[in-house]
Design a protein around this ligand. Structure first.
Ligand code: 3H9
Length: 697
């Protein structure tokens, strides 16, 4: 017997206890242990078998680390079939998260009991595959087609109570899984309960699966796994059980071979790896209970909301009483949203708005704050003044953070006598919703201040990524370059609408010009004006059509008009005809004869620009690892998760081909398309970005 499954015979009950920390993933040794355990129980003359997990959870699924390698016997579908076929009564006792293959083992068992806090689910589609050990065949027999479609295509985790109501669980009992499982098995033996197999249940009636497939594919913006999972459920309705299992396996293996599966698994592990930095090992963060936020606009109010929801006390500092009242109103509005969604109770809402939140207009109110985040106007002189004042009032050891998106954190730090305490915490708007936090580490930032930034991010439920100081840090620096590539394509003949369409087809929720309209075109305008004032390189192509829109007071959705026109009360967008006039006028003035662009070329150029700049960001050490850039783009910029991030996508496309493209584009515009030295080195050495991730692991 393998150590991963511990076997014990307690009278007429055999116990199979999984011991494969941290999450009892169903790796080869666990699968083998389950089969061996069932066989041994049968030989030992047991009447029932109890399966449960030691530690934090029942099986949380197949071992994802085995994916992409040749599958090792015994395969999980066969393990589940073997469990179900046993003449003994098999009981699974669930706690923690019984997910994916874990729930499939439970569905192969004859009876399922769980502790009240247990959660179950089939989240395979979220990592690019689908249930592949009978989940699409057994679940519809147990809970029907409609519910199965919802559960499997969403991949969501279901609480024990709901699972009981759905019929996934037979019973909920408080206690240790081993104890409640043993008591249940005893009761079943004593009552002479029958052995029950879900596969013996009748198949449900088919529905219009072609229509469902199309709808699910569209809703997932091209993500294949939920749609292909629908075909698995279809097989449960249309084929005998054993045939359905075969079909499920084929579909599962098809998904396993896709780039999307690789992209989603990269995202899964990247999300967990991004906060692990060697320099933070053993460094204790400073204690944070009271947070000061300076500036109560959309950003500051969002940051304050996130801090309040995480249980921190917040002092919001504004310039005037009226502004402070308005900031409080914004925060209350955000919290109202959380109340409506059932995330907080009425009492908690009252506590957060009336007790945990204070507003003030005097810097002295920040004297005992453990950490202050400044979210004022993006202007270096204003920021320096703010930090000078903070330096004067804040207690020693307080962390002083700026939420600047572009400005030099080193210069801001110099405005204080304690640059070691200064850090950038770059939130994304709306800050209580968006998952990304760039933790910007300046030259003098102390390690425990960096650790505090990461600890705060974790407490606020963010994905925190370390960034070095440069114009735009990781995300906005790369954004500026791929947006410029898009603007160049427009000067040369593409339209903003074609570009948005092409990128939405690639998987972005919104193309860049629709995003510009949503965020407010005045933001990009201000950045362009600043850059021009600083002096553009004479070799740089400068596009002015977006400025023409702004000069006319058209800032996008908030003014009803930008690249698109937005009718009041409708979210539908219609291309704004003025845009093409501005573009055509600019082409004429620059003597450009427009040419056509295919969707494929648009995506290729846009992605080449993104990858090239991302490689520079990694090469210069602004981002520590390629996966850090990938997580920034996934969590802050709407990059489609199923492509894994730009550098994972680049690896899957093949770096030599991408570099060839960049070199070909450089023949038209050598200044813009300067290949990243890191990309050139990787191609020369026949290596990938992921090799760099692995080296740093
Ligand atoms: C499947 O089952 C396919 C079958 O249908 C068919 C097969 C034929 N494998 O998230 P955490 C690691 S597909 C390997 O930080 P939490 C994770 O990387 C699978 N490793 O903890 C981390 O490692 P490290 C369907 C795994 O408490 C550590 O465990 N199942 C796996 O916040 C702790 O994880 C899923 O998709 C795994 N399956 O959350 C479930 N899972 O310490 C995926 C975790 O080195 N897992 N690890 O960074 C989860 O959703 C969460 O991990 C879970 C725990 C909720 C379980």
């Amino acid at each position: 017997m393998s150590d991963a499954i511990r076997y014990e015979l307690l009278g007429d009950i055999a116990v199979l206890a999984a011991a494969n920390p941290p999450v009892n993933a169903l790796g080869q040794a666990v699968r083998q242990g389950l089969v061996d355990g069932i066989e041994r129980a049968e030989k030992d003359g047991a009447k029932a078998v109890l399966i449960y997990g030691e530690g934090a959870t029942y099986f949380a699924g197949a071992d994802i680390k085995e994916f992409g390698k040749p599958p090792l016997a015994p395969w999980l579908p066969d393990v589940c079939t073997r469990i179900e076929a046993s003449p003994l009564i098999v009981v699974s006792a669930l706690h923690g998260t019984a997910l994916g293959g874990g729930l499939e083992v439970a569905l192969g068992s004859h009876y399922r009991i769980a502790v009240p806090k247990a959660r179950v689910g089939l989240p395979e589609v979220l990592i690019g595959v689908m249930p592949g050990a009978g989940g699409t065949q057994r679940l519809p027999r147990l809970i029907g087609v409609e519910k199965s479609i919802e559960v499997i295509t969403s991949g969501r985790q279901i609480g024990a109570k709901e699972a009981l109501d759905l019929g996934i669980l037979d019973r909920i009992e408080d206690g240790a899984p081993r104890e409640i499982g043993l008591a249940y098995a005893r009761e079943l033996i004593d009552a002479g309960a029958p052995r029950r197999a879900v596969s013996d249940m009748p198949a449900p009636a088919p529905v219009d699966f072609d229509a469902l497939y199309r709808d699910v594919l569209k809703a997932g913006r091209g993500q294949l796994s939920p749609a292909v999972a629908v075909r698995g459920i279809q097989a449960a309705c249309e084929l005998p059980f054993a045939e359905g299992m075969k079909r499920e396996r084929e579909l599962f293996m098809e998904l396993m071979a896709t780039d999307q599966r690789q992209g989603l698994i990269h995202a899964f592990f990247g999300e967990r790896a991004v906060g692990k930095l060697p320099e933070l090992e053993g460094v204790a963060p400073r204690e944070v209970h009271h947070v000061g936020v300076i500036g109560g606009g959309t950003m500051g109010a969002g940051i304050a909301t996130a801090a309040l929801l995480a249980g921190l006390n917040v002092t919001m500092l504004e310039m005037t009483d009226d502004a402070a009242q308005a900031a409080k109103g914004r925060i209350a509005g955000n919290l109202q949203g959380a109340l409506k969604r059932g995330k907080i109770s009425e009492d908690r809402f009252t506590h957060l708005t009336e007790v945990a939140l204070r507003t003030d207009t005097n810097y002295l109110s920040l004297a005992d704050a453990d950490l202050v985040i400044e979210a004022v106007f993006e202007d270096m002189e204003v920021k320096k003044q703010v930090f000078g004042k903070l330096d004067a009032v804040c207690k020693p050891g307080a962390v002083l953070a700026t939420n600047t998106s572009y400005l030099d954190v080193n210069v801001i730090a110099q405005a204080t006598s304690r640059p070691g305490d200064v850090i950038g915490l770059h939130f994304f708007s709306p800050a209580h919703v968006m998952k990304l936090l760039e933790v910007v580490v300046a030259d003098a930032t102390a390690p425990d201040v960096v650790a505090t930034g990461f600890a705060l991010g974790k407490r606020l439920g963010k994905i925190s990524v370390r960034a070095g100081v440069c114009d735009g840090f990781i995300g906005n620096r790369i954004l500026a370059v791929y947006r410029t590539a898009a603007d160049h394509m427009i000067l040369d003949g593409a339209t903003p609408f074609q570009i948005d369409d092409a990128l939405e087809e690639f998987g972005f929720a919104m193309g860049p010009y629709a995003v510009g309209d949503l965020a407010g075109l005045d933001i990009g305008w201000a950045v362009r004006k600043r850059r021009r004032a600083e002096g553009l390189d004479p070799r740089a192509r400068d596009a002015g059509f977006a400025d023409r829109l702004c000069e006319g007071g058209n800032f996008g959705q908030k003014t009803g008009k930008g690249f698109y026109i937005y009718e009041k009360g409708s979210r539908a967008r219609v291309p704004n005809p003025d845009v093409m006039q501005h573009i055509e006028a600019e082409r004429a003035a620059k003597g450009i004869t427009p040419r056509t662009f295919t969707k494929d070329e648009i995506v290729r150029r846009y992605m080449a620009a993104m990858v090239n700049e991302a490689a520079k960001v990694v090469g210069e050490g602004i981002a520590r690892r390629p996966l850090d850039v990938d997580m920034v783009l996934l969590f802050g910029y709407g990059f489609p998760r199923y492509h894994g991030g730009p550098l994972k996508w680049a690896d899957m496309q093949g770096l030599p081909g991408l570099l060839d493209d960049i070199r070909a584009y450089a023949k038209e515009d050598a200044f813009f398309w300067q290949p990243a030295p890191l990309l050139e080195t990787l191609v020369t050495d026949n290596r990938t970005f992921d090799d760099l991730n692995k080296e740093s692991a």
